[in-house]
Structures are given as structure tokens and as C-alpha cells.
Design a protein around this ligand. Sequence first.
Ligand code: SF4
Length: 157
Amino acid sequence: MNVAQAERFAAPCPDGGGAGACQSCREMCSRGYPGRFTPDEASRAIDAGLASRMMLLRYGKTTMLRPAIIGWEGLSMDEGNLARGQCVFLGAAGGCELHAAGPKPLECRVASCSSMRDATVRRADGAYHGAVDAIERAWRGRAGRAVVDRWLREQTS
Ligand code: SF4
């Protein structure tokens, strides 16, 4: 599976995923790791002026950008200082700011609560892991490295 194929498995929250996100979605966004952007999504987020609300995550051979955990805006996290917490894009009303405005990370769209509670749970769960693998491979490619370099330049300029 590649990133384009993973797009087919996006499963929107039945409650909307935005301001009306359900309790399950809100918990995923408030206590874990914010979802993985694809390199293209991260690039569009930088274009939209959101670079300062993102963080860098390094582990294994992968370096990628994600929405930041509150307190980690503009910072780098690696295997030595992994932390969980609330995504900066979880709005006060309990919904994802990026749901309607975009770019909502592909992992967030694939990891919707829908994949946990509807009848296609097993198929969707397999799709979720395939999507994560595809996203991580994309970050290890040339386009991914270019987006990381761009973000790092913006942090120091
Ligand atoms: S980007 Fe949106 S859906 Fe993804 S973790 Fe943040 S608030 Fe949740």
C-alpha cells in the first residue's frame, strides 16, 4: 500500500470529526500521539502558516512532522524523550481544527473511531497499519526529507 491507496481507507467519525467529534475521537486526540502527516500534508500545513504548531519526531530510520503535542510546538522528539499528550489542533469545543480546514493528517483520517466500532473493524484495522507503513516510507524518501529540511529552516529563521 502506498499513500494514495491508503486514502481509500479514511473513515470519517460518524459525529463529524470536527467540532462535533465523538468522545472516542476526543480521547485519541487528547492523550496519545497526534497523527502522522504525509509529507505533502505537512508541506501544505507549512504553506498555511502552521509550522510553529508542528513538531519533529525521530525514531529508527524515520524523521517526520506531526501536529505538536501541547508544549512541544516547534520542538523535536525522539526515542529518548517520547511523550504523549494533547494535540494542539484539538479545539476548545473538542473537535479537530484541521477536520474542515485541512490538512488533517492521513493517520487521523484512517484512525477514525469508525474503524474501531463499525462492522468493517478488522479490515479497517489492517488498512490502518498499512497506511502508517506507507506514511513512514514516504517520510524516508526524498520528498519527506525535503519537507523536514524546509520546516527546520523555518524554525531557525
Ligand atoms: S490533527 Fe486533529 S484528528 Fe489529528 S490528533 Fe490532532 S486534533 Fe486529533
